[in-house]
Design a protein around this ligand. Sequence first.
Ligand SMILES: [Zn+2]
Length: 312
Amino acid sequence: MNKKIEYDTSKQFNRVITHVKSDKEGPIVIAMSGLHGNEPAGVIALEKFGKQLQKINFKGEFVGIAGHLKALSLNKRYINRDLNRIWHMENVEKIRAKSIEEITCPEEKEQKEIIDVLDKILLDKSRKAIFFDLHTTSAQGAPFTLIANEADSRELVANLHVPNILGLAKKLKGTFIYYVYSLGHMIIAYEAGQHEAFDSIDNSSAFLWIMMSNLGLIDPEEAHIAKWQDILAKSSYNLPKYLTIHYHHHIEERDKFTMLPGYRTFQEVEEGEILAKDINGPIRAPLSGRILFPLYQGQGNDGFFIVKTAKQ
Ligand SMILES: [Zn+2]
């Protein structure tokens, strides 16, 4: 890895990182970040992005939100539970009905505050927003998106030079992306690179600027879109545009799962290749393809995925 992110964990991030409104009509764009506390790149990118956006002409309204404030301050993925796995509709309703004092689980406290912020922004229930959900991965490698609303999103990511994973967003129940999608909003999740890589901040910024430009909310020249596109094109050189999930290796803590070192996001793997090990011995790739989300962190329930180029 080249340069690493250095951030002061004693610095308290605000729940609402940025909220800017133009006097020119336009949609509302809401960017979530840091739902996992070991993923500060998106939060840092949003701080910068909000400041820059105010300096140029834009349309509509932009809100940047930080997810797991407590875990971000500890540089931990989560405290008790994964904050990005508790967004089942009935759970959200349960949390919405409670007061913050009644909630003991640290993740549900964060969730309650996020719900309150979103409820305030989207007071008018008919108001449809465009959401982005910024993440990073434990493995090194190219940035990519997870898209839920395929028809609308394909157009939006057409000139975003990163691979796009189809189908996964709708399979991951309890994620923020699935929740927002179920409410009828447009949402794209974005994995900007490795958790600690300094490049992940720029990759996150590139995504935000290009999306705002593609939505017609900023002027591409004024926002230097060509520069941002170059950054992403370099990082995902020669990778397929659309991929689908063919295998998911789910793990539990008792499995003592360990990924073999050195796998990068989208690295090609052969059927039968030993990828990892657990208490039962070596774990082989059940099919050939490219590896996604190989797990190189202590916390999490996804060992790895195998993806293949989608028939477009
Ligand atoms: Zn994440």
